[in-house]
Design a protein around this ligand. Structure first.
Ligand code: F3S
Length: 432
């Protein structure tokens, strides 16, 4: 059957004629209309769990809640259990004043409990399924190379496409859930070979390994939603996809996706498709962007400082947006301990919160001695989304520091490099 310009299979046609009920018909019709907007001519089965971006119960999302009710009443849920972005609150590990708690519980995220109840009924993987790094080994929502997906969280999309070689568009929130319910996604953009080719060549010519978050920021701001093919980074990262490289690419990718709108990049000799196809991935008329030390400095110097008092003492430090891997928690522990020793202190001066997936936090806690060492430094582990925490006038007023270029972009948090963050967190002032 043809629906406008979309060719549908017999099963899809039957669904569209109401064969699986009115709610499923509406879900599929929404996916089709969404796909048609981007020129899709067909749908493709998705054979891997979805990952949802909408993790927060903001009361004003009434249409979402009523749509969820319709899905539940119709007995619809995703074929595979799904993961979802981090929760906005964790009062146990991220200290909040009474007034903040009130604002979070009653105003900002007043529908959190109800919404989480709905998520469970439509296929949520479990109480600990809340993280943006669902692809960590401990979490297990790890797509394989070549698999078609429907994800929406931008940092997870760019990771799945680039580091894992899976295929997902940067879908809109809720549409990814409908794709999971219908088991199909429209074919356009990153689900096509042509859509995965690069229209930019990035030449990295820095004197050392660039700070991942600043390199990603530079690339994102230049190429916006295009696909970059990055040359020269293998000189610093090598050609093996180690956990350290995965972590680097996770952070770099999140910055490309938030400072621009990148959904896929290729790193020469390292990422899966670049290894397979090399320069064949580059379009004939691709533009070139050279990134050297001076360019990274220019990018970094261009970040606006959103604090009212620009020399305020930091009130809080967030590390882990996107969520940290277990290897990164260890790395940060070592970095903080070394800095404490260097400054002759025993505990961090700034309330410092590292964020990671619940399963990653648990795995870290099970390791002998590591958790006690971290606790001794005064650093907390949590599994919230720092951005959701900051997204209100009360918290936005605070002098928050972060090593995340995504958090810097979407909030009033101030960016510092990893090395600077360690020094500031220990000393308690930005004058380091
Ligand atoms: Fe993850 Fe929230 Fe940052 S979803 S990438 S921790 S903004």
């Amino acid at each position: 059957m043809k629906y406008n310009e979309m060719i549908l299979t017999a099963e899809e046609s039957a669904i569209l004629e109401g064969g699986q009920g009115e709610t499923m018909r509406k879900a599929l019709e929404s996916i089709i209309k969404y796909g048609q907007t981007f020129g899709a001519k067909k749908l493709v089965p998705i054979d891997h769990p979805v990952h949802l971006v909408t993790s927060f119960g903001i009361p004003m999302l009434k249409p979402v809640f009523s749509m969820m009710d319709q899905l539940i009443e119709s007995g619809l849920k995703t074929e595979h259990p799904f993961t979802v972005d981090p929760r906005p609150m964790d009062f146990g590990n991220v200290k909040c004043s009474l007034i903040e708690k009130l604002v979070f519980r009653k105003i900002m995220y007043g529908a959190q409990e109800t919404y989480e109840g709905q998520l469970k009924k439509v296929g949520l993987a479990g109480d600990d399924a809340f993280t943006c790094t669902c692809y960590m080994d401990e979490v297990g929502n790890i797509p394989q190379k070549g698999q078609n997906l429907a994800w929406a969280e931008s940092s997870a999309v760019v990771y799945a496409n680039s580091v894992l070689g899976a295929r997902t568009n940067r879908n809109s929130g809720i549409l990814e859930l409908l794709c999971g319910i219908a088991g199909r996604a429209p074919v356009f953009g990153f689900l096509t070979d042509e859509g995965r080719r690069a229209s930019w060549v990035i030449e990295v010519r820095t004197s050392g390994r660039p700070e991942a978050q600043v390199l990603g920021s530079a690339i994102g701001m230049k190429v916006m939603e295009d696909v970059p093919y990055i040359k020269g980074l293998d000189a610093f990262l090598g050609t093996e996809m180690s956990q350290e490289n995965r972590d680097y690419l996770k952070d770099m990718g999140a910055a490309t996706a938030s400072n621009g709108a990148v959904g896929l990049y290729h790193v020469e000799n390292l990422t899966p498709e670049a290894k397979d196809l090399g320069v064949k991935l580059i379009k004939k008329d691709a533009a070139t962007y050279v990134i050297d030390d001076a360019e990274l400095r220019r990018i970094r110097d261009g970040y606006p400082v959103m604090w009212k008092n620009k020399s305020a003492a930091p009130a809080r430090c967030f590390i882990g947006c996107p969520h940290l891997s277990k290897r990164q928690i260890h790395e940060w522990l070592g970095r903080i301990e070394a800095e404490l020793e260097r400054q002759g202190r025993t505990r961090v001066a700034v309330d410092t919160v590292m964020t990671a997936a619940p399963q990653v936090v648990e795995a870290f806690k099970r390791e002998n001695g590591a958790c006690e060492r971290l606790r001794a430094t005064g650093v907390h582990l949590a599994s919230i989304c720092p951005l959701m925490y900051m997204n209100n006038p009360l918290c936005a007023k605070k002098a928050i520091i972060t090593n995340s270029n995504k958090l810097r972009t979407y909030s009033t948090a101030r960016y510092f490099t990893d090395a600077e963050i360690a020094k500031i967190a220990v000393k308690g002032s930005i004058d380091v």
